[in-house]
Design a protein around this ligand. Structure first.
Ligand code: NAD
Length: 412
């Protein structure tokens, strides 16, 4: 099976071929501009010392400062971070933002560490990357395993090191210290906007049955948004498994119970049928929404997927082999670089407010996010009229904009 990084390269390569770009340009598009790799020794409050591996990869900055989250996951590795950084370049390009792409990670299990230790590792990470980041260089944000609190510690450490409080150096911060209203829900909200546009474009207007893998920031919020829009959420999953109810799940009640008890979905009261993550992906639904981790839809399970639409809220959830199989079966896939771009658009508006030292109401922020996403969707739909899948059309646009910028700036 091709790796996540190889899958990402295949998409870029296909776009480069369609745009008739030379081999030198293609090589430049595939490789990150800067890679920072280091080990973080951390004396834990238990007395034990642990060593974590950490990275910050800046894939491209031709359209503006690097932009991308920081992931805390024990299985993170340089290839994964490089793939995610590359996806950020295409995502920001597609949304028309003045940003490049970057991503960071630490091989830490956030659930395993005491809050004090989590704070220490977050501050220690910032000490190692300070000179390479900043509002006009590279602006980190949360991703899997990190949240607004993580950004607060990081922004504070950055202020201590630089001698000045600069809220625009990180996005996804708590609202009290310069975070934006609406950023927390931006990715899930944006996914619901894009699904609405996609369903209209492919002529599916009725209320649909949906399964969602992931109940974190992205999966939890899109579940709420789609239930609010009148769809029926029949399956939800987390890292320990999934639950299914063909009559529909009470999303708000389930998320509240999960939050209050800290228990996996399958152990919550309510008597919902517990199923495996694998079964959730193959559930009998109209729309499948992977919103957890990459490479979960593969050549093995692609033939058994029953959904006719896949909305990629996670980054890289469908492998290149699965993508080809699903395309052959006529399944419409709204690709990650479009589907989950509400998060980075929300981050962009946070950065804009921070640079101007202003603050907008939530409705204003969500309205601005929606405008950018609808524009991006329509541009991809127009490109799709030239042929290929949603993914191919999205990559052609994204790669084309980055390539034009490199040409204009005299890099190629
Ligand atoms: P999160 O840490 O808040 O939640 C992750 C969810 O995935 C949890 O519900 C967890 O239980 C589940 N999960 C973890 N491992 C799993 C496994 N092996 N099988 C099934 N479920 C598993 O993370 P998030 O911020 O919601 O991010 C989810 C995805 O969305 C990631 O791919 C991330 O890169 C992408 N994304 C996030 C944002 C953002 O703004 N947070 C923006 C764009 C894309």
């Amino acid at each position: 099976m091709a790796t996540f990084l190889e899958n990402t390269k295949i998409n870029v390569e296909q776009a480069a071929l369609a745009l008739a770009l030379g081999a030198d340009v293609r090589a430049l598009l595939e490789k990150p501009k800067n890679v920072l790799a280091f080990e973080l020794p951390l004396p834990l409050s238990s007395g034990e010392t642990r060593i974590f591996s950490a990275w910050r990869v800046q894939h491209s900055d031709v359209l503006g400062p690097g932009k991308g989250g920081i992931r805390y996951h024990p299985a993170s590795n340089l290839d994964e971070v490089s793939a995610l950084a590359s996806l950020m370049t295409w995502k920001t390009s597609l949304a028309g933002l003045p940003y490049g792409g970057a991503k960071g990670a630490i091989t830490v299990d956030a659930k395993e560490l005491a809050p004090k230790d989590l704070e220490a590792v977050s501050r220690s990470y910032v000490r190692r990357i300070t000179e390479y980041i900043g509002p006009y260089r590279d602006v980190p944000a949360p991703d899997v395993g990190t949240n607004a609190q993580t950004m607060a510690w990081m922004a504070d450490e950055y202020a201590k090191l630089t001698g000045a409080w600069e809220p625009a150096a990180f996005t996804g911060k708590p609202v009290e210290i310069g975070g934006s209203h609406g950023r927390e829900e931006a990715t899930g909200f944006g996914g619901a906007v894009l699904l609405r546009e996609a369903l209209a474009a492919i002529g599916k207007k009725r209320k649909l049955r949906i399964a969602i893998q992931g109940t974190g920031n992205v999966g939890g919020i899109i579940a709420e948004e789609l239930a609010k829009a009148g769809h029926t959420i029949i399956g939800m999953g987390d890292s320990k498994g999934a639950i299914l109810d063909p009559d529909g799940l009470d999303v708000q009640k389930i998320l509240a119970a999960k939050e209050a008890s800290g228990k996996p979905l399958a152990e919550l009261p309510g008597g919902h049928a517990a199923i495996s993550s694998a079964e959730l992906l193959e559930a009998d639904v109209d729309v499948l929404i992977p919103a957890a981790l990459e490479s979960v839809i593969t050549a093995e399970n692609a033939p058994h997927i029953k959904a006719s639409v896949i909305l990629e809220m996670a980054n890289g959830p469908v492998t290149a082999e699965a993508d080809a199989l699903l395309k052959g079966r006529g399944i419409e896939i709204i690709p990650d670089i479009l589907a989950n771009s509400g998060g980075v658009v929300g981050s962009y508006w946070e950065w804009v407010q921070n640079l101007q030292r202003i603050s907008w109401e939530k409705e204003e922020v969500l309205k601005r996010i929606e405008e950018v996403l609808v524009r991006a969707f329509r541009a991809v739909a127009a490109e799709k009229a030239n042929g290929g899948s949603w993914r191919e059309a999205a990559y052609r646009r994204a790669v084309g904009r980055v390539t034009r910028a490199m040409t204009l700036r005299g890099w190629i």
